[in-house]
Design a protein around this ligand. Structure first.
Ligand SMILES: Cc1cc2nc3c(=O)[nH]c(=O)nc-3n(C[C@H](O)[C@H](O)[C@H](O)COP(=O)(O)O)c2cc1C
Length: 180
């Protein structure tokens, strides 16, 4: 709510700004456009689509999780031997592996050899109790696994309806304008 208009002001309208993070439906698109964005990028929403290359079991986890089921950490980066420099972390769905090692990252590093092998095997087997499903808090807004086409059409339709009706939220003002 604050970062987006700040960035838009900072670039002075010269650069189109795309909003990302936590947007998964028409409400998110409408809000982002009202804050001045030129468009939105949706990651987690498109992960849970028919066309996505993700495994069905991972898509199902996104469909049934809430935002509170996600966790920002470096546990999965250590486990897949791909640690980014600080301060970068990644948000994933909580699973047994994350619950076991979150807050114990130094210890995980000490066991990296065995845990990385276990993790790699889980990824190949599609075992998402160990392998991470990368997903943002928008997972809590995702009740289905539709086609990408349906998502685009529904998000645009719903945002358009919300924006067309938005004047009713400031009705007294709108009415006095109409009278004058
Ligand atoms: C499957 C998946 C993989 C992702 N991989 C990366 C990545 O490698 N680097 C990164 O900066 N963000 C990554 N992200 C986070 C996206 O940048 C993020 O989804 C995007 O900002 C939109 O947020 P949203 O998922 O809440 O829509 C990934 C997200 C998903 C769903």
């Amino acid at each position: 709510m604050t970062l987006l208009p700040e960035v838009i002001d900072a670039v002075g309208g010269k650069i189109p700004v795309v909003a990302a993070g936590g947007i998964a439906d028409g409400r998110g698109l409408a809000a982002a456009l009202m804050l001045g964005a030129s468009g939105v990028l949706m990651g987690t929403r498109f992960y849970a689509t028919q066309e996505s290359a993700a495994l069905q079991a991972a898509k199902e986890r996104v469909r049934s999780a809430t935002g509170d089921d996600t966790l920002r950490s470096i546990v999965f980066d250590i486990s897949r031997r791909n640690v980014w420099p600080a301060p970068f972390t990644g948000r994933c769905l909580r699973n047994s592996h994350a619950d076991r090692w979150f807050g114990r990252e130094i210890e995980l590093l000490r066991h990296q050899e065995t845990e990385a092998a276990r993790y790699a095997q889980a990824r190949s087997a599609g075992d998402f109790d160990i392998a991470a499903v990368i997903a943002g808090e928008a997972t809590g807004l995702i009740p289905d696994i539709p086609s990408a086409k349906d998502i685009v059409e529904n998000v645009v339709r719903d945002a358009s309806a919300l924006l067309s009706n938005s004047a009713r939220h400031v009705a007294p003002h709108a009415t006095s304008n109409q009278i004058s």
